[in-house]
Design a protein around this ligand. Structure first.
Ligand code: 5RP
Length: 234
């Protein structure tokens, strides 16, 4: 089956590879999206077989799936450490010669604020992806979560930075997408992002921005599921 961005088999291989890393007793950050969903389902099966873990969900969606498959849940403020976080990405910078190597664009599911908090808190952050997510240079639109009153002001500042913002819509007649935090999302086109770290710093400085979807220097490893196996990027 083909799912948005890549084959479901490739996503499943990546997700299951990441789930294999989870040790008994671990606190696990549970990312959002169709690739991570395979990891969550694999962890649910492992829990059925006796693995003891606690999950910290990054979205309503991942919370629901974790409950469905029987993963006990906790919250960031109830644990001393998150041992490992598993999360997907919309694009992964994959050029070892480039300064931005390993940087991610996330937020396709509008969950990047909580994802960034949990992924950054983890001792080990494992990215799961399929080959369609790899790019020598990041170039997808960067999702930015903004507080509702600030969306036009932030959009202007994004234009000042050379970006082209679009308010994310839920679909015909449904109005804008509202995040789990009650905010809006601007998808901002910047073209090729040669220096993700610099853009991340500039976006973080804008008043009204809760969080943007550039994840720089956060990932420890990326598992790329393919049609025949799993490749590792470090
Ligand atoms: C959600 C995300 C997802 O991890 C990202 O959109 C990838 O999703 P998928 O695995 O379905 O391609 O960042 O905010």
């Amino acid at each position: 089956m083909k799912t948005a961005g890549g084959s479901d088999a490739a996503k499943r291989r990546a997700g299951e590879r990441a789930a294999d890393e989870v040790a008994d007793g671990a606190v696990v950050g549970l990312g959002t999206g169709s690739t991570t969903a395979h990891a969550i389902r694999a962890l649910g099966r492992a829990v059925d077989d006796g693995l003891t873990i606690r999950g910290v969900p990054t979205s309503f969606q991942s919370r629901q799936l974790a409950l469905e498959v029987g993963i006990p849940l906790t919250t960031l403020d109830a644990v001393e450490t998150v041992d490992i976080a598993i999360d997907g990405a919309d694009q992964v910078a994959d050029d070892p010669e480039s300064a931005g190597h390993g940087a991610l664009i996330k937020g396709g599911g509008a969950a990047h604020t909580r994802e960034k908090v949990v992924d950054a808190a983890a001792d080990r952050f494992v990215v799961v992806a399929d080959p369609s997510k790899l790019a020598a240079t990041l170039e997808r639109a960067v999702p930015i979560e903004v507080i509702p009153d600030a969306h036009t002001v932030v959009a202007d500042r994004v234009r000042d930075l050379g970006g082209e913002p679009t308010l994310r819509e839920a679909g015909a007649k449904d109005g804008p997408v509202v995040t789990d935090n009650g905010n809006l999302v601007l998808d901002c086109e910047f073209g090729a992002i040669d220096d993700p770290g610099d853009l991340a710093t500039r976006l973080s400085r804008l008043p009204g921005v809760l969080e943007h979807g550039l994840f720089v220097d956060l990932a420890d490893v990326t598992y790329v599921g393919t049609e025949s196996g799993v490749e590792t990027r470090e």
